[in-house]
Ligand binder design. Structure first.
Ligand code: F6R
Length: 366
């Protein structure tokens, strides 16, 4: 049932072109004119009534929520806060009937996320679940549901669920942005075209994984790895770091690159691998200067940039290029080399990839 693959995780990584395509099918207009959600059917008044959005999730789904905040705030101009469910539940959140609470959960069974959803409902919030499992507890509890069509995810480490959660966040942002009048038809068209290109681009990325395998073998026995990025690249850094930790047991940390000099730089010493994401044009010069900072301490830097970037290679030791796309969708592509890096590092170290120690696929206890 692993379809010829050695592990479920790598099978699921390779299922991403299909998962991403299916999550957009029927939602993205064929002529790129916009996004529809038959399961929502919101009017412009429905969207205008949302004063604030609270996104609540755990783990990888929380990282999708961080990307969601950025996309919704930029494209739909609605304020968004993001919390991990176990914090949200106990901090008496300021949620009311003008709030839309979005919970994200692959399994739809995560106890803390379900409890946070119930708490939001009690406080009068409208609720929307983004989940991969039809009829799951979270799907049943929420007022409305958007399904990610990733197909069953078996490996403990979430991969295709995450990329499809990002697709839903992008679609939802365009949907709300259009209803709010926050996006021009040209902008909508451009975003839709970029979305449409994604499945092919994900496929392209998965065609040549040899360089990533080599990095994993070369650095797989280091005990500490750092991920740095700014803006959406920081959100992806968090996810790359979690993936590496959970399956290869390498200690990894993700930092907003601008925070380095507020403490972490002390840990950067000769030979420490630093994975620097540089896909965001508006902070590109800033990340280059952070790369210089870590290079000055003799870190080994692997830069992740957009194809066509001729600058990055001058500053880093190794490069990984992702197909060029707009800044909002770059995370859907840039996370894939990081998933592969975690996978091959775990394989190199002989770890049980699909069933990492101490972890369960679905966390139904507190
Ligand atoms: C990481 C991972 C976990 C889950 C988290 C939430 O690879 O799989 O961090 O993302 O336990 O699970 P769901 O999305 O099922 O609520």
């Amino acid at each position: 049932e692993k379809g010829g693959y050695e592990h479920f995780m790598i099978k699921e990584i390779y299922e991403q072109p299909k998962a991403v395509r299916e999550t957009m099918t029927g939602r993205l207009a064929k002529d790129d004119s916009g996004v529809t959600f038959d399961e929502l059917k919101w009017s412009k008044y429905d969207v205008a009534a949302i004063r604030k959005i609270a996104i609540v999730a755990c783990g990888t789904a929380y990282h999708a929520g961080i990307v969601g905040k950025y996309l919704i705030e930029n494209l739909a101009r609605i304020p968004v806060e993001v919390d991990v469910a176990s914090e949200f539940r106990y901090r008496s959140p300021l949620i009311d009937d003008q709030t839309l609470t979005i919970v994200i959960s692959q399994s739809g069974e995560t106890l803390d996320t379900l409890a946070a959803l119930k708490e939001a409902k009690n406080l009068g919030s409208r609720t929307l679940a983004v989940t991969n499992v039809v009829g799951s507890s979270i799907a049943r509890e929420a007022d409305q549901v958007i399904y990610t069509w990733a197909g069953p995810e078996i490996a403990v480490a979430s991969t295709k669920a995450y990329t499809t959660q990002l697709i839903v966040m992008a679609l939802l942002s365009i949907y709300m942005g259009a209803l709010k009048g926050a996006l021009s038809p040209e902008k909508i068209h451009q975003l839709c075209q970029e979305l449409k290109n994604l499945p092919g681009q994900v496929h392209e990325l998965l065609e040549d994984v040899e360089p990533i395998k080599t990095f994993a073998q070369q650095y797989g026995f280091n005990e500490d790895v750092f991920f740095i990025g700014r803006s959406l690249d920081y959100a992806v850094a968090l996810e790359g770091s979690l993936k590496l930790k959970e399956i290869s047991y390498i200690h990894a940390e993700a930092y907003a690159a601008g925070e380095l000099k507020h403490g972490t730089l002390a840990l950067i010493i000769e030979g420490v691998p630093v994975i620097a994401l540089a896909t965001q044009k508006d902070v590109y010069e800033k990340i280059l200067s952070n790369i210089k900072e870590v290079k000055a301490r003799d870190a080994v830097v692997i830069g992740v940039g957009l194809k066509g970037d001729t600058e990055l290679a001058k500053y880093v030791d190794h490069t990984i290029y992702i197909p060029a796309t707009g800044k909002f969708l770059a995370p859907i592509l840039s996370v894939i080399p990081l998933q592969l890096l975690a996978y091959y590092a775990a394989v190199t170290r002989g770890c049980d990839v699909d069933k990492p120690r101490n972890l369960a696929k679905s966390v139904t206890v507190e």
